[in-house]
Design a protein around this ligand. Structure first.
Ligand SMILES: NC(=O)c1ccc[n+]([C@@H]2O[C@H](COP(=O)([O-])OP(=O)(O)OC[C@H]3O[C@@H](n4cnc5c(N)ncnc54)[C@H](O)[C@@H]3O)[C@@H](O)[C@H]2O)c1
Length: 388
């Protein structure tokens, strides 16, 4: 691999301004070699301190084809168990579909391996608790793959809230949606109940929740009234016009729209809605309302955890209603995925804290799970986080 410049330290390589210590190399494997595994691989290949040594996928030949595509010579297995039994690893990327997140992450943690787990954390709150138990027992790093956190605009949202500029936050509206955006270009693992588990709610809903919960310090969710529906995914015409087989409508076993009204510890109300498909341009901007000011974060056409345009702070200046516009900040980094992987690797090397820790994301998962359960019961429910 070509490196941009050698630093004075013979053990470190300066790459794009970063000082990466290559005296400690990490042996990494990828579990699940589908769509998102490609982004992980592209970032790992830019890391001078990583050796990609192995991978696993339950589909015969899939892992082999994946590594061949990247010209990487790695050992391939048909299960996570087989991979962990045969390899000595420092870290794994868990890139399997949602329903397999808990199983693969727990197996890796139990084997003493650091885990970068793709978002959403998993499907149910019980699975999330099981993952955190395994993490605690192992003493290893577990980070959840929320790359939008590295977006400078997302960081600005948190800075504004944490600065006290808005005063005490009491109400948040968040979510997002796509007019047509059921994710089927690369197969059906997102839309099937036995693989995706949850649909828009978890796939893109987890990003909306993270954007605002991270800004307000991840208060514990207390109660939720949830709703979900599947009017588009179950409609054969939807897939016909999208160029997919009509039979996808028969396979569709998750939600394509969900909404929730959540009470958070500290008295904050969270009003949330999310759509993979709808007869609407947007279900609304994200707004964070505080006693001193409010922040409006424009929605995007294709919600995937980005800020849609310049944000506005509404506040009073000497008694005068005033608006402050915050222009979009350009991301000049090597990319959000690169940062997600680099921050995880740095935590592994330095025994650092997980960049996106489970103690926060378990609340994100509790809300997703709570919305799904409340929707099924047709009433408000209390959110119970299992004892860890
Ligand atoms: N962070 C992001 O921007 C982003 C984007 C897309 C997907 N994702 C997440 O990544 C995950 C995977 O999504 P995808 O689009 O790559 O799905 P995919 O269906 O393309 O790939 C998943 C792969 O995992 C394999 N697999 C399933 N169970 C396994 C197991 N027990 N052991 C080994 N392999 C197993 C499948 O055979 C498949 O090849 C999902 O949870 C999704 O939410 C994240």
């Amino acid at each position: 691999m070509a490196h941009e410049m050698d630093s004075l330290n013979p053990n470190s390589i300066v790459k794009g301004g970063e000082d990466i210590d290559v005296s400690k190399r990490l042996k990494v494997a990828i579990i699940g070699t589908g769509w998102i595994a490609h982004s992980h691989m592209e970032s790992y290949l830019q890391m001078p301190d990583v050796d990609i040594v192995a991978g696993a996928d339950i589909i015969p030949g899939k892992a082999e084809a994946f590594f061949k595509e990247f010209g990487v010579n790695a050992r391939c297995y048909l299960s996570t168990e087989e991979l962990l039994d045969n390899e000595v690893l420092d870290a794994v990327s868990v890139c399997v579909y949602n329903r397999a997140h808990a199983k693969c992450a727990i197996l890796a943690l139990n084997a003493g391996v650091n885990v970068l787990l793709e978002k959403p954390m998993c499907v149910t709150i019980e699975e999330a608790a099981d993952i955190v138990r395994a993490e605690k027992k192992s003493g290893k790093i577990l980070s959840i793959g929320f790359q939008p956190r590295y977006d400078p605009n997302m960081k600005m949202i948190k800075k504004i809230v944490q600065s006290g500029e808005l005063g005490e936050v009491y109400y948040i509206q968040t979510g997002g949606g796509r007019r047509r955006g059921i994710p089927t270009p690369f197969g059906t693992s997102f839309i099937q109940a036995d693989t995706g588990g949850l649909g828009a709610l978890a796939d893109i809903g987890c990003y909306s929740l993270d954007m605002v919960l991270n800004a307000v310090g991840y208060p514990k969710p207390l109660t939720v009234t949830g709703y979900k529906s599947d009017f588009f995914g179950k409609n054969k015409d939807y897939f016909r016009t999208e160029g997919n087989p009509e039979s996808y409508a028969d396979l569709f076993g998750v939600d394509d729209f969900a909404a929730g009204f959540i009470r958070l510890e500290g008295g904050i109300i969270l009003d949330f809605r999310i759509a993979w498909a709808m007869h609407l341009d947007t279900p609304g901007d994200t707004i964070i309302m505080g006693k001193k000011g409010s922040l409006r974060i424009p929605s995007t056409e294709c919600w995937n955890g980005t800020v849609g345009g310049e944000m506005t702070i509404y506040h009073d200046l000497e008694g005068l209603g005033t608006e402050t516009k915050l222009p979009i900040i350009e991301d000049t980094s090597k990319g959000l995925f690169y940062q997600k992987i680099r921050s995880f690797l740095d935590a592994c090397k330095n025994d650092g804290a997980a960049p996106v820790p489970s103690c926060e994301i378990i609340y994100n998962q509790a809300i997703l799970d709570g919305i799904a359960r409340s929707a099924e019961l047709g009433r408000e429910i209390e959110i119970v986080i299992p004892e860890i």
